[in-house]
Design a binder for this molecule. Structure first.
Ligand code: UD1
Length: 427
């Protein structure tokens, strides 16, 4: 299995191109199921999860072809065609690899009138139920049955009908499934307390490009007028705000200066705000965002919450950074119950972190020390890479497949700005 080896202590400087957003790509891809015409998605990141999603769609009868995007060595373009859906079953062996598979439920049901999707189960960061996805589809008339670990959803004769969906808590995935189903339902649907993440805005924009009618885009109240059919479209995936935020932390933790090329400041207000509070200089320019750090970072008090507040997907990376802060920081995780698996590993590198319930007190230390480490999820793995970039000596990160799910050519991008990092295949 591959490992990533880092010799810490280099000050990073230069440009990093920001890839298309994983979390946007994984909700734009299932939109191919909503039309019998071609969907062409550009700026797709080269990531294991995007490939896995392509394979899932292939099993449902969607044809996919991939080309490198011209003028951009990182992104690529996928042409998807669901002229005919040949299966409405998303099997366990794919869903267990990638929770986002649940996002075929809404579009399959809307287009084919039925869908059978394996329950994703829990994962390293928490139990992660899907009850809100199912309630939303029921509000559109679906009948749902649970059998042998599968969700079986059926639309009434004549298809889904518009309905009122009111979420008790904000859910990104459930909002996405509800939207993808409502655009083909008969009549008007309302989604109240919808998630407002930029990836939801990206999804709405693609759906509108395919002929959907959606009002309130970017707010927590979406109104959808269902259409009989949607048509094909060409669309480019938005830049990855979490990747951009992660590399901003890399600049900050090494006292460096990085231009995040293609990143959009308007999509990451809480991340940039927190960086500024920590004493990092953040400047927007016409091609992206520059972050520059000098000296010790100031401690922060941060709590994760749905957009536009501070994202749970940045908690681990900020923690790594604050391990070297000048004082004590307080981080609180409100989205997932078990998203601190990076803590014991950071502590092994010399960090001083104490967890009490959903909060973590991070007391800044003068130095981290390289160590062999591993993490159990994507963002936690990135926090260990960041710690390794600043630590004295060598850090070896194993279970690299987590990083490959969400960071396109991580070691290439970091070496280009001066990091001593390499991937080794140890057989
Ligand atoms: C969540 C994050 C998203 C992040 C992704 C991957 C939020 C609001 N969502 O999205 O930013 O990119 O993880 O780390 O920050 N829930 C239920 N029932 C459901 C669905 C969700 O109780 O049917 C709960 C979850 O357990 C969680 C909360 O709602 O506590 C938000 O989850 P949700 O937004 O649905 O999760 P993801 O879509 O995976």
């Amino acid at each position: 299995m591959d490992t990533i080896h880092i010799h810490g202590g280099q000050r990073l400087s230069g440009r990093i191109p920001i890839s298309g957003a994983k979390n946007a790509a994984l909700t734009l891809l299932p939109c191919a199921l909503l039309t019998d015409e071609e969907l062409i998605l550009g700026n797709l990141p080269r990531l294991a999860d995007v490939d896995t999603f392509g394979h899932l769609l292939n099993q449902l009868g969607v044809t996919t072809s991939v080309a490198g995007a011209r003028g951009n060595e990182f992104g690529r373009r996928m042409t998807l065609s669901a002229a005919r859906i040949t299966s409405t079953v998303a099997p366990y062996d794919i869903v267990r690899k990638m929770r986002a598979s649940i996002l075929v439920l809404g579009p399959l049901l809307a287009r084919s009138g039925e869908a059978t999707v394996s329950l994703p189960g829990g994962c390293a960061i928490g139990t992660r139920p899907v009850d809100l996805h199912l309630k939303a589809l029921e509000a559109l008339g679906a009948e749902i049955e649970m059998t042998a670990g599968y969700v079986k959803a059926r639309a009434p004769d004549g298809g889904l009908t518009g309905g009122q969906i009111s979420f008790p808590i904000v859910s990104v995935g459930a909002t996405e499934n509800a939207l993808m189903a409502a655009v083909l339902a008969k009549g008007r649907s309302e989604i109240v307390n919808a998630a407002r993440e930029p990836e939801i805005v990206d999804l709405c924009r693609l759906l509108v490009a395919m002929g959907a009618s959606i009002e309130g885009i970017g707010t927590d109240h979406l109104v959808i007028e269902g259409r009989d059919r949607l048509h094909g479209a060409r669309y480019d995936v938005m830049p990855d705000r979490i990747e951009a935020g992660s590399y901003a932390c890399a600049a900050a933790i090494t006292g460096g200066e990085i231009d995040l090329m293609g990143a959009k400041a308007a999509e990451m207000p809480a991340i940039l705000h927190a960086l500024r509070d920590a004493g990092v200089a953040v400047t927007e320019h016409d091609r992206g965002i520059r972050v520059a750090a000098d000296g010790r970072l100031k401690p922060l008090t941060l709590s994760t919450a749905p957009h536009p507040a501070f994202p749970t997907d940045m908690q681990a990376q900020f923690m790594a950074m604050l391990c070297l802060g000048d004082g004590a920081s307080l981080l609180t995780e409100t989205i997932f119950e078990n998203r601190y698996m990076h803590v014991p590993e950071l502590v092994r590198m010399g960090a001083d972190v104490e967890i009490t319930g959903r909060s973590a007190v991070v007391r800044g230390v003068d130095q981290l020390v390289g160590a062999p480490v591993m993490a159990t999820d994507l963002r936690a793995s990135m926090s260990l890479v960041l710690a390794g970039l600043a630590a004295r000596g060598e850090t070896v990160v194993s279970r690299v497949y987590h990083l490959d799910r969400g960071y396109e050519r991580l070691e290439e991008k970091l070496s280009a700005v001066g990091a001593a990092i390499e991937r080794r295949s140890d057989g």
